[in-house]
Structures are given as structure tokens and as C-alpha cells.
Design a protein around this ligand. Structure first.
Ligand code: KMH
Ligand code: ZN
Length: 274
């Protein structure tokens, strides 16, 4: 079986220090959290950035500062900026970090109710616009799919030339408004992607570790981190993103799955050398 890529989604745009005091806002805190994850076996960092007061931003300069600082602390790690940003941002605001020419970036494949009264908007034209820019810049998209319909959208837009193969999906499961985090739905999602595609799974909250185990056994890849879940186990806050990565690495070991280093992750994902 392929080695396991562990992604750490260290920050997100919604989770705050009120949820877990270790949620990073400043550049230094982002580096601390990325390094804890990297040291525990993460080869990929999914990155949102904040102002020092915790407000989410897609500002190019803020991304540049955080990315360069993480690169200095975590040699060779793959950094994947978010182009989802936070609900309510414009397309061009969201796209700013791809000007920094990262190897990867997220590409959200549909609109959904997002945790109650908010709507995370990704119309077909938005997805086409983001997909085309990423092809032009040679950036591999991680296709964020919050429901099965978003896989279908990605496949349609591949046929129209907006997304290249082999595709790499992130099944984001358990968001209030998206597909549930049950095993039944996981099997449905992973059975709906092309043979040559790769996937990682990001389970929200209590689904995080259950779905991690499912992907470890299935030959998929795993995303954990404060963006999706702040607990190490029921009622116990994780002290760092590294603790969550460490738990996945431990589980993988139990099931005989080796962990990919960044070079191996690049190979598996077919990333273009920069
Ligand atoms: N913060 C969510 C509204 C992504 O990173 O591409 C969108 C999100 C997806 O987190
Ligand atoms: Zn994100």
C-alpha cells in the first residue's frame, strides 16, 4: 500500500482561541503549530492565515510571511494555502495566495450551507475561474468536496478542461450542511472518484479519528488539525496540532501503514517541481 500522507490543517478560518487556546493567529504561533505537526509526521500543511487578533484574511503579504516562516522551520514541507478563505470573501480576495506560486492550493467544488446560517458560495463559474488559474500557474488543486454532488461537479469540470488528472480530492465530512461523517457515506464518497485519483479525508469533530482509521485501512490519506477538530479524545483538548498528527501516526503504525515524508508525498501527488 502507498505510504500515508498526513495533512495538518493547523488554523482554519472559523475556529478561535475560545475553542482551544492553542489555535494559532500570529506568524509565530502558526510556525509553532506547523512545526509540531511536521515533527510528528505531517508532510503537508493546509494553511489559512489570520490577523494577530484572529480575524481571517487572504492577504497575499500575510500569507507570504507565514509561508516563508514555516518553510524556514519545516524544511521541504508542502504548504497548501486555502483559496476557500472565510465565508463572505470575494473570489479575487480568496485567490490571492496563489500569486505566491505554491505547489498546491485548495479548490472548493460547490456551494453549501456552512454550519448554520452561513452560505459558502462556489458557483460553477467560480470553480471554473479558480481551476483555470491553477492550471495556468501549474498549481495542483486539492479538490475540497463537502458532498457527493461536488465530486460530480469536479468530474464535469475535468471534462470541460478546468481540472486536470490525476485528481486529488479532500472529502470534508461532517460539516453542518454537508455530507455526514458516517462510514456509510465515506464508502459512498471513496467509491465515487476515478481509479487514478487520490484522496484524503477530513472528518469534523468526533468523526476525525474514525475516518482517519477508515482511510488508513483503505489506502487513502488523512487530514487532521484544529481547522476540523480541537479535541484529542472526548472532552480532552489537544495541546497542539502535533498531538493530533501523532495520534494518526500511531494508528497508522498499528495498521502497518508507513508515513510519507514530504518528498514521498510529492511523488504520490505528482507535484510539479518548483
Ligand atoms: N473556511 C471555509 C469557509 C478551504 O480551505 O478551501 C472554507 C474552507 C475551505 O476552509
Ligand atoms: Zn481550509
Amino acid at each position: 500500500m502507498e505510504k500515508l500522507i498526513i495533512t495538518a490543517a493547523i488554523c482554519g478560518a472559523e475556529v478561535m482561541k475560545e475553542h482551544n487556546p492553542a489555535v494559532p493567529y500570529t506568524v509565530e504561533e502558526c510556525v509553532r503549530e506547523a512545526k509540531s505537526a511536521y515533527d510528528a509526521g505531517a508532510s503537508l500543511i493546509h494553511l489559512h492565515v489570520r490577523h494577530d487578533d484572529g480575524t481571517p484574511t487572504q492577504d497575499r503579504d500575510r500569507f507570504e510571511k507565514v509561508i516563508r516562516a514555516i518553510e524556514a522551520a519545516c524544511p521541504d514541507v508542502i504548504i497548501q494555502p486555502s483559496t476557500g478563505g472565510a465565508v463572505g470573501m470575494t473570489n479575487d480576495e480568496r485567490l490571492q495566495p496563489i500569486e505566491l506560486m505554491p505547489e498546491m492550493a485548495t479548490l472548493d467544488c460547490g456551494t453549501l450551507n456552512f454550519g448554520g446560517d452561513e452560505i459558502f458560495i462556489n458557483t460553477e463559474n467560480t470553480i471554473k475561474y479558480f481551476g483555470k488559474r491553477m492550471i495556468e500557474l501549474g498549481i495542483k488543486p486539492e479538490l475540497e468536496v463537502f458532498d457527493k454532488s461536488m465530486i460530480d461537479m469536479a468530474l464535469r469540470l475535468h471534462k470541460k478542461g478546468f481540472i486536470e488528472t490525476p485528481m486529488h480530492f479532500d472529502f470534508v465530512m461532517g460539516v453542518n450542511g454537508g455530507i455526514s461523517g458516517t462510514l456509510r457515506d465515506f464508502v459512498f464518497m471513496r467509491g465515487s472518484i476515478p481509479e487514478d485519483a487520490t484522496y484524503t479525508v477530513a472528518g469534523m469533530g468526533r468523526f476525525e479519528m474514525q475516518l482517519a482509521v477508515a482511510a488508513i485501512i483503505d489506502g487513502g490519506h488523512v487530514r487532521v488539525g484544529f481547522e476540523d477538530n480541537v479535541y484529542l479524545s472526548r472532552g480532552v483538548l489537544a495541546k497542539s496540532n502535533g498531538e493530533l498528527v501523532e495520534k494518526v501516526a500511531r494508528l497508522a503504525k498499528e495498521f502497518g501503514r508507513e508515513i510519507a515524508n514530504p518528498a514521498e508525498a510529492r511523488e504520490i501527488l505528482g507535484l510539479k517541481p518548483r
